[in-house]
Design a protein around this ligand. Structure first.
Ligand SMILES: Nc1nc2c(c(=O)[nH]1)N[C@H]1C(S)=C(S)[C@@H](COP(=O)(O)O)O[C@H]1N2
Ligand SMILES: [Mo]
Length: 418
């Protein structure tokens, strides 16, 4: 919506900021060209900047603001559906997902929870059932760790014109801060015979999952902060369960109850959902996310030019560290080790880079991740062979191939798996 530059009766705008601009008003215009086409007004929500003759040194810029925002030239967005939104992996650098671009998956929307009224009950097979307020949780020794989250339904394939975001944008990474669940387990005195716990969210879905107590003693956390600030409502404000490396669904958001038991609770999320056939068996409680990688550059819709290209992407594993990412630039005939950006963290997105000289030939580029258990990311064919043709949409982590066309177009290579 472009706002007219001048209205009748108003002082013409020259090289100073007009009253109308200072007052803000309804202008949502991004860039407005003045009568002199050499002078540009750049209008953002609360601040105005004049670029004169395209020269930012000719005028004082916008002043400090209470909350910063992106350059108005950068517009990364999540792709949303009714129940989820996907991270624009192709627009990111490094491994931390900006919090407002973290993928979302809600079964019944984002609840509004007053942090002063928030309570977490821990009961069942414990010496002393306890209720923790948010302020109680914050009094315990805190821990900060970086790890990825990934929805177990994170795989799509249909057409050549798909971006990394569309193929597997249901994974993101944050630096999380909170209290170790083991700290709370000690506080309530979890009984030795307790082998499972139930985690329950306080959203309208009342999402519940059964988790082995072992994970609770190992690296599970109740987190209340994300990337240096309070956790976002979409990620579980004011507190969520974080199970590093485990399928997204088990990371119960808006957590309000933990119940210790000596058996799993068989909730809807582990019987009718998140359970699937593998050959003639049913795979249930498949918690760990298998190693995976994707080249995020070059990818659809990039246009390649001949010469040196830095192939870039992310790799991750729910079983530990990534030890190697290999890239093929000849459609899988040969593989080259890539450079991994340090530090390589446990159960975390890991950035890889590989220099490649593209001479204009048609080819396919692929990446495969190898984790510290020596698991090698499979092809879709291998996945289907291992699981049977009834392979479901859960826990699909196939190698992603990008086709490079002679004219430099990059297209996804879709494969059918149903
Ligand atoms: N209470 C509650 N927890 C939840 C969900 C939910 O709908 N309600 N969705 C789960 C699913 S399926 C996933 S993949 C992750 C998504 O976490 P995110 O939205 O922070 O990315 O949260 C999980 N925890
Ligand atoms: Mo999910």
């Amino acid at each position: 919506m472009d706002e007219p530059i001048e209205k009748p009766g108003e002082e013409p705008v020259k090289n100073k900021i007009s009253r109308r601009f200072l007052l803000g008003g309804a202008a949502t215009t991004a860039i407005v060209l003045l009568q002199s086409s050499l002078t540009k007004w750049v209008q953002t929500a609360g601040a105005q900047t004049l670029i004169k003759n395209g020269d930012p040194t000719k005028i004082t810029g916008a002043g400090p603001s209470t909350v910063g925002k992106r350059s108005l030239f950068e517009k990364p967005v999540r792709l949303t559906s009714d129940t989820s939104s996907r991270t624009p992996l192709q627009d990111l650098y490094g491994t931390i997902t900006p919090s407002d671009l973290h993928y979302e998956r809600h079964h019944a929307g984002v609840p509004v929870i007053d942090p002063d009224k928030y309570e977490l009950l821990i009961h069942g097979m414990v010496g002393k059932p306890m209720v923790f307020k948010l302020s109680d949780l914050k009094r315990f020794p805190s821990v900060t760790r970086t790890c990825f989250l990934e929805c177990s339904g994170n795989f799509r394939t249909s057409k050549e014109t798909m971006t990394p975001q569309e193929i597997c944008g249901l994974t993101s990474q944050s630096e999380w801060t909170g209290v170790m669940l083991s700290t709370l387990f000690r506080e309530v005195g979890v009984e030795p015979k307790a082998t499972w716990f139930l985690a329950e969210g306080s959203d309208a879905a009342l999402l519940t999952r059964s988790i082995p107590v072992k994970k609770g003693w190992d690296d599970a956390m109740i987190v209340y902060a994300q990337n240096g600030e309070a956790i976002r409502p979409e990620q579980g404000y004011p507190a969520r369960l974080l199970l590093p490396g485990w399928e997204g669904n088990t990371n119960v958001k808006w957590i309000r109850r933990v119940e210790l038991s000596d058996q799993p609770f068989m909730t809807r999320e582990e019987t009718s959902k998140y359970t699937y056939p593998v050959k003639d068996k049913i795979r249930q409680f498949s918690f760990e996310m298998d190693a995976r990688s994707i080249i995020t550059y070059p990818a659809y819709p990039n246009q390649l030019e001949r010469g040196w290209v830095e192939i870039r992407g992310i790799a991750w594993s729910g079983r530990g560290k990534i030890i190697k990412v290999e890239v093929s630039t000849d459609a899988g005939k040969s593989w080259n080790a890539t450079n991994l950006q340090e530090p390589v963290l446990d159960k975390a997105h890991t950035y890889f880079r590989h220099l490649w000289q593209w001479r204009g030939d048609e080819t396919e580029i692929l990446s495969r991740a190898i984790d510290e258990t020596n698991y090698i990311q499979p092809t879709l064919r291998q996945l289907i062979e291992a699981r049977g043709i009834s392979a479901s949409g859960y826990h699909m982590n196939p190698i992603t191939a990008w086709q490079i066309k002679r004219d430099g177009k990059v297209l996804f290579k879709p494969e059918s798996f149903k």
